[in-house]
Design a protein around this ligand. Sequence first.
Ligand code: CA
Length: 287
Amino acid sequence: MNCFKKLEKIMTYGLDRRGMEGANLTGELKGAAMALKKANTVLIVTGFVIRDRLFGETDGPIGAVSVAGALEMLDKNAIIITDIYSKKILETALKSVDLKTVLEIINKHDETIFHETLLNKYKPDCLISIERPGETADGMMYSMTGECISSLVPSMDPLFKEAKNRGICTIGIGDGGNEIGMGKIKQYVAANVPYGDIIAASFATDYLILAGVSNWGAHALVAAMSVLFNRDLLYNVETGERLLRAIVDVGAVNGITKQNTLTVDGLGLDENIRILNEIKAVVEEAV
Ligand code: CA
């Protein structure tokens, strides 16, 4: 098995928890990594608010920092974009791993102007969405259990649509079917995922990385880049643990249980560390 296949196998562990195991995407991880290899400036959007807590979840920001760290090691420019609900999480995460990555905060109702400004200001070659709510065909955004969050969340779909118009490469990373990028498999999501017919996101990114947990998809993308550059760009397990502790300390919640615990998508620290270790092992074998 080649290393990209190995990474796909590791990152898709647990997809059956949401009915996603039959979506059958292959080659997306390598394609996305190759697109990033060519890119100089990358915008990364993340942050998923939990409606009951009015605070962002632990899945997404960790992955965003993982990808931003790799881009910084390669002397590429990374800019992370989130909303007020995940601002503190991202500030804390970036500080805890000592990254210089710029953080931009998007406000509700400023979406269209903000997106034009962002694309003009940074002139990115690539956009990545990591666990970011995506609009359905009727322009609404939903949680995995079908709660409408459109009144809270600034939509990043206009940013992705405008990027596509400008010929900028787009990558989506998600695990539930309601995130930006899932348009690529929206029929599958609608037919197989709980509440899928309500929540399926409509924008199809050029590459879609489907993982058991979005953070794992981001780590796998960094691992795939490591293979292409023949250089280990993935942070170590101690850093991964420190990051999760730091963001939970400032209030990040588990997207499934909605609790402020040392967990991601219902899975404990041990499970997350195990997957990171497995991804790390593929990189160490390949580079
Ligand atoms: Ca998730």
